[in-house]
Design a protein around this ligand. Structure first.
Ligand code: DX5
Ligand code: ZN
Length: 210
């Protein structure tokens, strides 16, 4: 993977023309497709689940990072892997069993991301940082596309970059929410390696290649 990496969020794609969305991802050099799963509990909306993922998996050769905004992710990890997830990013806040989730995902040979909501401090990840492939910093409250980036979340990206250096670790730092052409330079400067973008990307307003 070349860094920084673009990861378009399908949540803002036109599901009536998904092939067009995947073609745009390819053309813009996306290296990961961000697939948001919402269960109506961890976050109020419901999006889509395993059957949709397994049917759209064949429309693209770009790896899928499945962002699980669901309670008790440990009980559904296997079925998302079966549906075609290459990476699984679950929420620290959604389970008492982050370590179990990490182990399950790695055992299946897939990459692990752990995500934290804006108000969750980076410090809660101290023990698990050596064992994850990616940390996803939510820069909006999870659940909806098209929100404004919460500025203090940019400091969390910086913190994670500093910790990685100090502890000589290897996780990627990803940012999700409110990334547009104005906020993109801020998150890249802070140290984001993987940039998730939904509404700006699919409106053609991200200016990723500039
Ligand atoms: C929000 C999702 C995001 C969302 C981002 O809960 O996790 O991935 O699609 O959308 P934008 O880029 O529009 O903020
Ligand atoms: Zn997301």
């Amino acid at each position: 993977m070349n860094l920084p990496c673009l990861s378009p969020s399908l949540l803002s794609a036109d599901f009536g023309n998904l092939q067009g969305a995947f073609d745009l991802c390819k053309k813009e050099g996306a290296q990961l497709i961000h697939v948001d799963v919402m269960d109506g509990h961890f976050v109020p909306p419901v999006s889509y689940g395993q059957p949709v993922i397994s049917s759209i998996r064949k429309c693209s050769d770009i790896p899928f990072d499945v962002h699980l905004m669901i309670e008790h992710p440990e009980s559904q990890i296997d079925s998302f892997i079966e549906a075609g997830a290459d990476w699984i990013t679950f929420h620290y806040e959604a389970t008492n069993h982050s370590d179990l989730c990490i182990q399950k995902i790695h055992k299946a040979g897939k990459k692990v991301g752990i995500s934290i909501c804006p108000s969750t401090p980076v410090a809660v990840l101290e023990e698990v940082l050596p064992y994850v492939d990616l940390v996803l910093v939510m820069s909006v409250n999870p659940g909806w596309g098209g929100q404004k980036l919460i500025p203090y979340c940019v400091d969390k990206i910086k913190k994670l970059a500093d910790i990685r250096k100090e502890r000589n670790l290897n996780y990627l730092i990803s940012v999700d929410g409110g990334v547009n052409k104005t906020t993109l330079p801020m998150v890249l400067d802070a140290g984001a390696d993987v940039v998730v973008s939904g509404s700006s990307f699919f409106k053609g307003e991200l200016d990723w290649k500039k």
